[in-house]
Design a protein around this ligand. Sequence first.
Ligand code: NAP
Ligand code: MG
Length: 462
Amino acid sequence: MKAHDGMYIDGAWRPAAGRDTIPVVNPADEQVIAEVPAGGAEDVDAAVRAARAALPAWAATAPAERAARIAALRDVLVARKDEIAETVTAELGAPLPFSQAVHAGVPILVAGSYAGLAASYAFEEKVGNSTVYAEPVGVVGAITPWNYPLHQIVAKVAPALAAGCTIVLKPAEDTPLTAQLFAEAVHEAGVPAGVFNLVTGLGPVAGQALAEHEGVDLVSFTGSTAVGRKIGATAGAAVKRVALELGGKSANVILPSADLAKAVGVGVANVMGNSGQTCSAWTRMLVHTSQYDEAVALAAEAAAKYGDRIGPLVNAEQHARVRGYIERGVAEGARLVAGGPEAPREQGYFVSPTVFADVTPEMTVAQEEIFGPVVSLIRYEDEDDALRIANGTVYGLAGAVWAGDEAEAVAFARRMDTGQVDINGGRFNPLAPFGGYKQSGVGRELGSHGLAEYLQTKSLQF
Ligand code: NAP
Ligand code: MG
């Protein structure tokens, strides 16, 4: 695979300060497909300086011109969508059709939405005798994970550009090629030099240097709760703004009046897509005791049908971790009805679509984020019991409710401690705010709520 031997800083590819590199591995066959430079504090510093130097001019650029650049960026992503999908498949392992539809398709939608919002957002409003301006927060340090490598970049960079911020991105070490491709797209779209900068590198080195840099005004992080907590503490100590998109353990609540077969089928597919590496996946399926056995049979069948269409996990560490969780589930008394801890292929980091029955709410597999193709079926006695179980984790990122009638599902969803709920299989909306309650995070991404994260307000009184 094509890779740049440098960092994209101040509008050009520049050699890294050091000589260290990161091998990029295809998780489907464990082969090294490229090397990228492992940046350090010096590279981060150069990138932050470039972003700071570019800030005044970009912040002063008319919203219509910022919108035009984001629209151009969207058009480049459209023109290069096959290359994007192939790159994501090569370094993340997602099956090509999923990469095309989701990994390339969703960022195009999101970039398009921010081209629209940059043009239409009210950056100025009158409140009594005041004029209130929404101004860019400044230089953004964006740190992203590998599971939706382009989406997570675009969900930060597009609103930051729309707001008039400049950016330094540190992408995940597992998926740097997608990030390099994105930097090329930004360049092609005519975004001025220094507005967007890319430093590839390791989290505890380049990521930490970025989070700690005093030239960064806002740290926007997506990833694990453990690292998010650390970044939040660093930002807090520096009185710096921070946005955290962290883990989840979302509940798929199937009320007795629901279409059970549909709810179970969509629920299993929701977890298996991207091999379970989705922070908002509905990894706990809550079923009324009267329908429990039928739901277990349906889920086992749906997982078995998924079979070979599932991609590998991203790396050897995740492979070992997820299989460890499955072993832990068995050890704690959950019943395997599909899949299991054995690797289904000799090569590649594959895990079979796995379904656990007889899971109780306190089991590890019902509490911790597994980040693999594993769904746990939990039984409930009545609605209050279902709500207690649904809300009974430290997370609150997403969820689903299914019922015969929409109002019944909505009433239940309103009692859930979570940021997003899909009602009877509601469709993805790129304008809907996405983010967590409780330890799933701080702040929102997407739509106008996502844009607001990159703005600060100034009021003038007359
Ligand atoms: P992670 O370590 O939190 O990675 C997220 C990003 O933060 C990566 O760019 C990472 O760099 C960087 N990073 C790591 N340590 C850092 C530090 N001390 N300071 C600044 N940046 C740092 O997540 P992971 O290791 O990829 O995955 C571990 C677990 O996190 C998964 O099993 C899953 O449960 C969870 N996860 C959640 C999400 C989500 O969307 N909520 C996404 C991915 C993972 P490196 O790539 O070099 O590590
Ligand atoms: Mg990590």
